[in-house]
Design a protein. Structure first.
Lengths: 128, 213
């Protein structure tokens, strides 16, 4: 699935090296995780959040999920348990949180994902 | 369907193993429930009754408790028996957290956003801690409709994980309280009506803890 940079908006193809190095345009390491069929809609939706709001939300996510702060790799964002409508406005799907699946956060009307199990697995590999 | 049964069986085995290997002194009783149902007030009541000191700060502003708080070695006594446990107060579970709600209480915008962020983190932490609990007191506000998504999700998960629990219908001192409505909503579970604020019927809750543990 393609991934879109949350800062400059560049859409990258799946499995590209930028996932570890950061966006080749702006160096940002937060990406939308976009399904092909939803790509056009996501492009429209993300425009509803300002750059400042996106930065604010990204910082909030780092506070909410400290594991995300520790990782040096990229964080792929998609839709699931928590939706951040705007900075300071959260919709929580508690059923999904209770289901013990990896915690996934959605920002605004775009689609963002934080997969904790992946991040923790990476950290364990790097710091056994 | 088959997977659901396997998961339930696995949870039941895990619970039994936990019970066998866990020392009695490590018993954890968690206070869970929606926001502003009186979890911290109940934690304070229990701690005041048995330790002579309060556990946490309470507030009319929602999401005052945003971190897990634990009071260790709380010993309660009844009919010559004693029970020691660690009391865990958890942040209120919510499906929506909006900083604008806090602005109504005169909070500054920046502080309100921080509170919303911390409250969201608190919900995640509370749910993560659920499997550590040996027993849960589900604290509900008896002045409100008990058939709420948050309440039902908490109870459903406790049931599925075989974690013993008691439903505490709190705030029975208020005129609009209807503890009977809570009992009618959850007829298969033990419901005890109390007032954590005044201490009304708290003895019944302590007796129930002895029966359950």
């Amino acid at each position: 699935m393609p991934n879109k940079c949350t800062v400059c908006g560049k859409v990258h193809p799946d499995n590209a090296p930028y996932l570890m190095k950061g966006c080749d345009v702006c160096g940002n390491k937060f990406f939308f995780y976009v399904r092909e069929e939803e790509l056009k809609q996501a492009e429209k939706d993300i425009k509803k959040l300002t750059k400042k709001e996106i930065e604010e939300i990204e910082n909030d996510i780092k506070e909410i999920l400290p594991e995300a702060k520790k990782t040096k790799g990229s964080i792929i964002l998609d839709v699931e348990a928590i939706r951040v409508i705007k900075p300071g406005k959260y919709h929580i799907d508690i059923t999904k949180l209770f289901s013990q699946k990896p915690i996934v956060i959605r920002i605004g009307e775009g689609r963002y994902e934080i997969d904790l199990s992946t991040i923790q697995a990476k950290l364990k590999t790097k710091h056994p | 369907m088959v997977l659901k049964h396997i998961r339930r069986a696995r949870n039941k085995i895990a619970f039994i193993v936990r019970k066998i290997f866990k020392k009695r002194k490590d018993i954890k009783i968690g206070l869970y429930g929606p926001v502003n149902s009186g979890k911290t007030t109940l934690a304070n009541r229990i701690c005041l009754d048995w330790l002579g000191e309060e556990m946490g700060k309470i507030s009319v502003i929602p999401h005052e408790t945003r971190e897990i708080q634990m009071k260790e070695k709380v010993t309660i006594k009844s009919n010559g028996k004693s029970l020691t446990f660690n009391l865990v107060d958890t942040p209120g579970i919510a499906t929506k957290i909006d900083f604008e709600e806090f602005l109504k209480y005169g909070m500054k915008r920046k502080d309100a956003k921080t509170r919303a962020r911390e409250a969201t983190k608190g919900v995640i932490e509370a749910i993560k801690w659920l499997d550590k609990m040996d027993m849960v007191l589900v604290v509900l506000d008896s002045t409100k409709d008990p058939l709420d998504q948050v309440n039902i999700t908490i109870l459903g998960n406790l049931d599925a994980r075989n974690i013993p629990f008691i439903i505490v219908a709190n705030k029975v001192d208020l005129k609009t309280s209807k503890a009977s409505r809570v009992r009618e909503a959850f007829p298969n579970y033990e419901v005890i009506g109390i007032s954590a604020k005044t201490g009304f019927n708290i003895e019944e809750l302590y007796n129930a803890l002895f029966r359950k543990l």
